[in-house]
Design a protein around this ligand. Structure first.
Ligand SMILES: [Zn+2]
Length: 64
């Protein structure tokens, strides 16, 4: 099993490993559904969005 998110996420600008969580939103594009998370670097204050595929919606209800 491989996790979705890399544990070694770092700033795309300065590669600093410290970051702050800023926001999260769901996006829907022709390619599918994604979750975008905004981070802010603690070193250079650079902010960036990271997009990952949204987890598939599981229907717990019994669909007859
Ligand atoms: Zn940075």
């Amino acid at each position: 099993m491989t996790p979705f998110e890399r544990p070694d996420r770092c700033c795309p600008k300065c590669e600093h490993k410290g970051y702050l969580f800023r926001a999260r939103k769901n996006v829907e594009v022709p390619e599918g559904k994604f979750v975008e998370t905004k981070y802010r670097c603690r070193s250079c204050a650079h902010e960036w969005w990271e997009r990952v595929p949204a987890p598939p919606e599981k229907k717990a209800d019994d669909a007859a």
